[in-house]
Design a binder for this molecule. Structure first.
Ligand SMILES: [Cu+2]
Length: 227
């Protein structure tokens, strides 16, 4: 009895250490965000070459119920549950849904993703991460986007055990949005695919953040696009 309680509380503590990104704005969990495979376990993706690195869907091919309307140039919050408890970089990517599909039907495959948000650590002494313990991330939806449907991919990479290959943990989900009011001049310089954008040996994901403490940090993937 004592042992089973100890095991159960250990499992609960482990699950609490992980997190999901289940909602945007003030909406219900998994209403506009595709249900992630870790919706119960909260566990991460660790293989950057797997299809799970794209949107980490529980049921690939099944969209979320809704598509969320967003005005270009506005700020959208992408919410974490419970909180981003591990150290590491936060990034957001966006991909335009091709004609004939919607944000609820498209799979997001191909070199279609561009980065619209990336945070970086404060260096010196130790690395401190802007997103650590945050419950949401605010992202500016570029004012220059073309109007239409997009997938918006949230990604936090936990680096606490990233000193060995495939030790980095990827917490991911994809939201379904429809953008209006954009100026239409968005022209990303770097488009990447998932999988494909990252390798398991990239310096930003194969890194010991504790010893020796790094004096620089390069996040994986492309540069952030600007309007
Ligand atoms: Cu964790």
């Amino acid at each position: 009895m004592k042992l089973s309680i100890a095991v159960a509380s250990l499992a609960a503590a482990t699950a609490q250490a992980h997190y999901t990104f289940p909602s945007i704005g003030n909406t219900a969990d998994w209403q506009y965000v595709r249900t992630a495979a870790n919706f119960q376990s909260n566990g991460p993706v660790t293989d950057v070459t797997s299809d799970a690195i794209r949107c980490y869907e529980r049921n690939p091919g099944t969209g979320a119920p809704g598509i969320y309307n967003v005005t270009a140039g506005s700020t959208l919050t992408y919410n974490a549950k419970a909180s981003i408890s591990h150290p590491g970089p936060m990034a957001l990517y966006i991909a335009k849904v091709p004609s004939g599909q919607t944000a609820a039907t498209w799979d997001g495959k191909g070199r279609v993703w561009s980065k619209i948000y990336q945070d970086k650590p404060t260096l010196g002494g130790s690395m401190s991460w802007p997103s650590q313990n945050a419950r949401s991330i605010s992202v500016n939806i570029p004012r220059c986007l073309q109007n239409g449907d997009y997938l918006l991919r949230a990604e936090h990479i936990a680096l606490h055990s990233a000193g060995s290959v495939n030790g980095a943990q990827y917490y991911i989900s994809c939201a379904q949005i429809s953008v209006s009011g954009g100026s239409g001049t968005y022209s990303p310089r770097n488009l990447v695919s998932f999988p494909g954008a990252y390798g398991p040996n990239d310096p930003g994901v194969l890194i010991n953040i504790y010893y020796p403490i790094p004096t620089s940090y390069t996040p994986p993937g492309p540069a952030v696009e600007t309007c």
